[in-house]
Design a binder for this molecule. Structure first.
Ligand code: DHB
Length: 310
């Protein structure tokens, strides 16, 4: 039994894409929904208008297999495109509509439109994009985060969660959880990429991506320990009514299993989906099932949050 429930939505599989990966166009979104091994799909984070994103090269896979770096710069088809998709798509799977306004007002404007629409899925408010020059990762500013959520929940009634950047300090886990617990959030998704890493090409001694002088969001195996720490630390601090989505460093069924041990209800795949394609979901679910069988578990409910300490 590899299922989950968030805000009354049933997920028949726990895996889905991470926002930004294989989800910019309707064909890409369709391909995630069409997999027999995904429980849902999340859209590319929408901005009010279409954006071409940053200059290329803007995505790079490390040659040692340790991860990826990107500075896409929020290329997306614009809010109306995704609104059309999520309200017209016929599917049994829940859809997460990700929005990433470049200001509080842009977020509020998009959320007002979603509130007034017939959209009946979940919203993921992205407070953690590191790649727009001049725009900080919102959720590193606790005051602004609380202010945005206060305004959002003054009118928004549909299921909504937030996508967070990674935190690296216990006091920061305490602070962000205290703020999030003040709101009726459906879920919290940790983590976005580790922002503003730097990767250097060994042959040429140059950066590997062009935007921002080479600085970009890091994903893949090198972020797994940080991702697990964030899922675990937030699960320990957040109200039980707030579900957790675990994202970061998932390349194997074992990685999925560890996210669930830390408390994840759903698990998202970013870098490895970009590298491997849609078939990654079948491989990961089969690897996860083999682990559960070997350990004698019948359901993920027996595993979720059950990390042991020594
Ligand atoms: C982009 C990257 C992110 O990590 C994010 O949350 C939103 C957008 C991007 O560069 O497109």
């Amino acid at each position: 039994n590899l299922t989950a429930n968030i805000a009354g939505f049933n997920f028949d599989h726990i895996l889905l894409n991470a926002a930004g990966v294989v989800c910019q166009t309707s064909d890409e979104l369709d391909s995630v929904l069409a997999s027999d091994y995904t429980g849902a799909v999340v859209t590319k984070s929408a901005t009010p208008s279409l954006r071409p994103g940053n200059v290329s090269p803007r995505y790079h896979e490390l040659t040692n297999g340790l991860g990826t770096i990107n500075s896409m710069g929020l290329p997306n088809e614009g809010f109306a495109y995704y609104m059309d998709y999520v309200t017209q798509k016929q599917t049994d799977k829940p859809i997460f509509f990700s929005v990433a306004g470049l200001s509080k007002q842009e977020n509020l404007d998009m959320l007002h439109k979603i509130e007034e629409s017939k959209f009946n899925g979940l919203v993921e408010l992205n407070l953690s994009c590191p790649n727009v020059p001049g725009k900080p990762q919102t959720a590193y500013d606790f005051e602004t985060t609380e202010e945005i959520l206060t305004e959002v929940f003054s009118f928004f009634t549909k299921p909504l969660g937030v996508k967070l950047p990674p935190y690296f300090d216990i006091v920061h886990f305490d602070n962000i959880a205290n703020i999030l617990n003040k709101f009726p959030l459906a879920f919290v998704n940790a983590i976005n990429s580790i922002g503003n890493g730097l990767v250097i090409d060994e042959e040429t001694d140059t950066v590997v991506i062009k935007p921002k002088g080479g600085f970009g969001g890091v994903g893949g195996p090198i972020v797994k320990a940080t991702a697990l720490a964030n899922v675990r630390a937030l699960r320990q601090r957040l109200s039980p009514t707030i579900k957790m989505i675990g994202t970061g460093g998932v390349t194997s069924g074992r990685d999925v299993y560890e996210h669930v041990l830390c408390g994840a209800d759903l698990v998202e795949v970013g870098s490895q989906l970009a590298i491997e394609g849609i078939s990654v979901f079948e491989r990961l679910e089969k690897e996860l099932t083999a682990i559960l069988t070997e350990k004698g578990y019948n359901s993920l409910d027996e595993v979720r949050g059950q990390l042991k300490i020594i």
